[in-house]
Design a protein around this ligand. Sequence first.
Ligand code: RUQ
Ligand code: CUA
Length: 770
Amino acid sequence: MLVQKKRALSILIGTAIGLGASFNVTAEKTLEQVMKERGLTQKDILAAAKTYTPTGGRDEYLAFSSGGQSGQVIVYGIPSMRILKYIGVFTPEPWQGYGFDDESKAVLAQGRIDGKDVNYGDTHHPAISETEGEYDGRWLFINDKANPRVAVIDLHDFETKQIVVNPLFRSEHGGAFVTPNTEYVMEATQYAAPYKDLGFVPVEQFNDKYRGGLTYWAFDKQKGRIVPENSFTFEMPPYSQDLSDAGKKDSFGWGFTNSFCTERYVGGIERGRPPFEAGCSSKDTDFLHITNWKKAEELVKAGKVQKRNGMYLITMEQAIAEGLMFLIPEPKSPHGVDVTPDGKFIIVSGKLDSHASVFSFEKIQAAIKAGKFEGKDPYGIPIIAIKDALHAQVELGLGPLHTQFDSKPCVAYTSLYVDSMVGKWNYCEGKVLDKLSIHYNIGHLMTMEGDSVSPDGKYLVAMNKLAIDRFNPVGPLHPQNHQLIDIGNDKMQLLYDMPLPLGEPHYVVAIKADKLQPEVRYKSGWNSRADEKSPFATRAGREKTERTCDAQGKCTVEVMGTVIRSHINPEIIEVVEGDTVKIHLTNLERAEDEVHGFAMYGHPVQLSIEPGKTTSVTIEADKAGVYPYYCTEFCSALHLEMQGYMLVKPKDYQAEKAAMQEGVAYTKADYDKQVKTNLDTQAVIDQVVAFITSHNFKDYPTVVALVEDATDQLGFAKGAKEKADAAAASQDWQNAMLWANQWWQYQVKAADLGLRAKTFLEQSGAKKIN
Ligand code: RUQ
Ligand code: CUA
């Protein structure tokens, strides 16, 4: 027994770690010891080996998770489950300077509701842009449930570029879901309300004046922006529309939106009425809405649709007359609607029903063509009988919610909220294949590229609503738990628990990592939020500060500055109390990851200036004083010295003429010593340069960028040397020594860059060319 166990273990280690390399007995013992000490089973070790990613290793998939109430997007890798980035979307995020620089403030301002800043979001569903139903990795969309908004994130730099506000809705949930070529981004209401232009309408007029709806936001793939002017909305009854999904392949051109509370019940416990939850779950069925967006688009283009509050609105009357909208009863209080990868079926699960219902698109179309309806809803929308549309109904377990798909045909996974399980089943044949317990109360689940026409299978992530006892306790507010599950075999295997401590992430999408080609730097002087050259881009040596005053005597100081290892130019900004100060900073670096920050005492300023980027900040210098500022990224050995002062002088301040108090007085000996150091350093640099130029470094963009930065630094070094020489010629040893030291600082940076380039070449096996 023991022998057998040992053998199994060594085979396991052999495959998991040894990979055929000569196997060393000490390592086996160590692993056994570790397993014993930590109480790990072989299953644990196998799970670990499937997720563990050694240093420098990359993930096969990148996941984009909704950040729930944090209003952000969280990016992590699969299978390692390592968090890679938070993207500020509806909420300011200081690390990225999001909401702290003028450019990103302009993005957040697009999301104002009635002129008010709403600087958070309840994000639910991210969606990746698609081309012919495949994730193309170019854009990411995410919705805000609390305030009906959709944001556009550019995956070339992982920044939020646009926020659009729905001009009709006051709540939403069924977004963001894209049509197969990202023609449109769907957004459906959740809680019915009078459309925004109506202002106040008493709840007594709920049936007549409150409305739901579904917006198809038009997306311009060239510009990468939603075009509100071309977008249109379907007016819908005051049911609680829930989620949506776009048809694909066979069902291309159609959209599907489920709903609950078709009872149209309005609670009011304070008025003695039974609560919403009682009145909203009394009927046995709710409605799946089916919309024909392709035909609606033609009507819009033909000028046959009126605008309301700036948005094309297809009224229910028009939709019925044109045959654009239909309903199918669906079991009790459903949540989630998912179109199968082939577009042939639409799966809906009722939270209060133990079945998943599989509707056939073919049957739906046949009923529509034959005009075969079982009746109309109170607004006159034709209802297709459930039996005329149903392909199968499968008993899955308690509280089925969302469904995702495998790479194997007909195989789906559905979350079972009440049972805390994932159910694997076959929707063509209608049979259950496997079940796995998760912890606890799963909401959404997600498979790799699971919303596309060709899901990859491999992994599934369960997004659980509760974590309870899974992690070390951190107080009454628990992190969320994303559980990674291996779905590569017949039986599902739980691999990893990842706590996610930033809001409740409702949904996640994952894309093959090699489909993404994010930039490492911007084109020089770039306004990243508008994706254009910044008018404030500043080149090295062109830094300047200008103060202009208008006729009323209100003055503005405009600073065109740069940042590069290791100084902010300018280092002293002088203004007068009451001035408006506009600081524009361009990062002159080209080397990867050489980001500089900018923070200032007493003002809400925190910039993230990535290589090439130009960012701006506007400050009201309303109080006289001394305001230190500095770089907030540890960018080099002299990062701490990357500092400066904004001097806000009192209005009536009269400067006295006085020399600067020096901390140290330097002599000729200090200067000579420094020059010797510099000459030695130059010899090292020359060697590094010789190495680089004798190799095919131009074949490596990373090295080219490093070399460009190093060349810049050497240029600055030359300038400092000239100043040192001039000061020495006039025996001004103070300035001679300081400029000689600055010359050396530039050399050190050039050497650092050069060495990084040299190491890169060595590690990439660069060829010697001369
Ligand atoms: S939610 S747990 Cu998609 Cu907003 Cu379902
Ligand atoms: Cu730049 Cu620290």
